[in-house]
Design a protein around this ligand. Structure first.
Ligand code: SAH
Ligand code: SF4
Length: 387
């Protein structure tokens, strides 16, 4: 009998952290010849109690633990840096092999909500002109274990969960580094673990996937999973969006909005799409843009989130003045949109996405270019769905 990961060319142990319930059930039944219920049992150990070794699982027999040890492991990403801001924001830089790093940031919102911003790729291939992750280019996709491992790390920093009402992470947004729909199956698997009661037990309204607009994958997503959706629009017409978000040349705005409508139909409840609109001075922050945006979005049940551009060196863009951001918001108000402005958090720990990764890279002298590029995007993390 073999129980090594068939997807791996080496005889590495199977990392159980990134496995969904059906995948674990298959593992126990087919590969170990054990009972199906072991899957839920082990998921609870990993995701509720933050276990990372089979020795901790005292309700498994010694023989089963030895069997597991022989072919499987629980391997979360390695934490390289953990920082806590004076405003309560926590940030982790995680080593994901070959000297690559990604970040996860936990933002407290009020007393009861803590939103974790999770990365899905190292870098990104979609090259949006205002995005520092895009400027790094694509390095690699994260595995399901590396994606869900970010939630695991955040939860562990608060200690094991005592009961279901005590959740260190109440919301997750897939808004860190990378485009989740370009790393489709691992992102979906990780979100399934977020929703599963044996995993993190989050409701579908509290898990949000943000995408720059890959239409076929969006249609597939609606068939596979029910989570909240945010789209990175940033422009009210194709001419401008083609420049800011190059994937728009392949899937123009109307195709994207139609895909959003299909997605909402599949969800079958009164959900709204979150439309993200990053404001860049003199580019998309004028009254004509607000009016065009409001008119465009009449066709879609949605709410607009305004994100003042987070500058980074040589980006070529500037953040509009506070007054201009407020003016833009009031033009949308007049058209019936509340359009909250996403605030930057955790500035004292460089919680702006990318900064901390930059520091680690500098320390190891791996890549001077990060020092310039990664002074990024202040947190896009404050967003989340409304409850
Ligand atoms: N790839 C996905 C999710 C990650 S980016 C997407 O594009 O939606 C998360 C959000 O941050 C997106 O809306 C993205 O457009 C925005 N963003 C990227 N760089 C930014 C910057 N420098 N300032 C403000 N928002 C930025
Ligand atoms: Fe990739 Fe999103 Fe950045 Fe565009 S905004 S380059 S899709 S991470």
């Amino acid at each position: 009998m073999t129980c090594f990961d068939s997807t791996s060319s080496t005889s590495e142990k199977i990392n159980l952290l990134g496995k969904t319930l059906p995948q674990l059930e298959e593992f126990f039944v087919v590969q170990l010849g054990e009972k199906k219920f072991r899957a839920a049992q082990i998921m609870k150990w990993m995701h509720h109690r933050c276990a990372d070794s089979f020795e901790q699982m005292t309700d498994l027999s010694k023989v089963l633990r030895e069997k597991l040890n022989a072919c499987a492991e629980i391997r979360p990403p390695k934490v390289v840096l953990e920082d806590i801001s004076s405003d309560g924001t926590r940030k982790w830089v995680l080593e994901v092999g070959n000297g690559s790093h990604v970040e996860a940031v936990l933002i407290p919102v009020g007393d009861n909500r803590r939103t974790l911003c999770v990365s899905s790729q190292v870098g990104c291939s979609l090259d949006c002109s205002f995005c520092s992750t895009g400027k790094q280019g694509f390095q690699r996709n994260l595995t399901p274990a590396e994606i869900i491992g970010q939630v695991w790390v955040a939860q562990k920093s608060f200690g094991p969960r005592k009961d279901s009402s005590n959740r260190p992470v109440t919301n997750v947004v897939m808004m860190g580094m990378g485009e989740p729909l370009m790393n489709y199956q691992p992102a979906v698997d990780a979100m399934r673990i977020m929703l599963d009661d044996n995993g993190y037990g989050l409701s579908k309204r509290r898990v949000t996937l943000s995408t720059s607009g890959l239409v076929p994958q969006l249609d597939q997503l609606g068939d596979d999973i029910d989570v909240s959706l945010a789209i990175s629009l940033h422009a009210p017409n194709d001419e401008l969006r083609n420049q800011l978000v190059p994937i728009n040349r392949k899937y123009p705005i109307q195709e994207l909005l139609d895909a959003c409508k299909r997605y909402l139909k599949k969800c079958g409840d009164s959900r709204e799409i979150t439309v993200e609109y990053t404001l860049m001075a003199g580019i998309n922050d004028q009254q004509q843009h607000a009016l065009e945006l409001a008119a465009l979005l009449k066709q879609l049940p949605c709410k607009i989130n305004l994100i003042p551009f987070n500058p980074f060196p040589d980006s070529g863009y500037e953040r509009p003045s506070r007054n201009q951001v407020m003016r833009f918001q009031s033009w949308l108000h007049e058209q019936g949109y509340s359009a909250p402005i996403r605030t930057t958090r955790g500035e004292d720990i460089d919680a702006a996405c990318g900064q901390l990764v930059g520091r680690v890279q500098d320390k190891t002298r791996r890549s001077a270019r990060y020092a310039d590029q990664n002074r990024i995007a202040a947190t896009q993390l404050d967003l989340p769905p409304s409850n």
